[in-house]
Design a protein around this ligand. Structure first.
Ligand code: FES
Length: 160
């Protein structure tokens, strides 16, 4: 697998931190997803071989945790909270607005390759619901108008 040198260094540094190397599955998957954008079957097999475990064990970890991805996403990653407080405060309308603005479907990639919009579970900011993450930046107290402003900003940044 074609990983960046810094990713390989991160992986080699992570493994000795665990008494059993098999326990390093999570940090290795995070490192590879950061490097590649997604976790393919090839990545699962690579991790399995590296740690001396069966590929099915790695694949089950990938499919269990929602933050691991088996499909490619756009350059910008938008995650709209759908848990109770955000759902009651209009999170679905915010999500619909984002999808409409970027002419895409939930979990898809926008036609220009720029954006993927997904639902997320509670982002630990229930008091300022509804919220969403744009990459790692949290946006709070959203409504459709604020969602539109964020979309305009993302579109402007894509053209810059
Ligand atoms: S319910 Fe959305 S942040 Fe907790």
């Amino acid at each position: 697998m074609d990983l960046k040198p810094e990713t390989l260094a991160e992986i080699e540094a992570a493994i000795p931190k665990y008494p059993e190397k098999q326990s390093a599955v999570m940090p290795l998957l995070h490192a590879i997803q950061k490097d590649q954008g997604t976790l393919t079957n090839e990545a699962a097999e690579w991790v399995a071989e590296k740690l001396g475990i069966a590929p099915i064990n790695v694949l089950s970890v990938i499919s269990f945790y929602p933050f691991f991805r088996q499909h490619q996403i756009g350059k910008r990653h938008i995650r709209v909270c759908r848990t109770l407080s955000c759902a009651m405060a209009g999170g679905a309308k915010v999500c619909d607005r984002m999808l409409k603005e970027f002419e895409t479907e939930l979990n898809g990639v926008s036609p220009d390759g720029e954006v993927t919009v997904e639902f997320a579970e509670c982002l630990a900011s229930c008091g300022s619901a509804p919220v969403m993450l744009v990459d790692e930046e949290l946006h709070e107290n959203l409504d459709e108008a604020k969602a539109k402003e964020i979309c305009d900003k993302i579109k402007a940044e894509a053209k810059a």
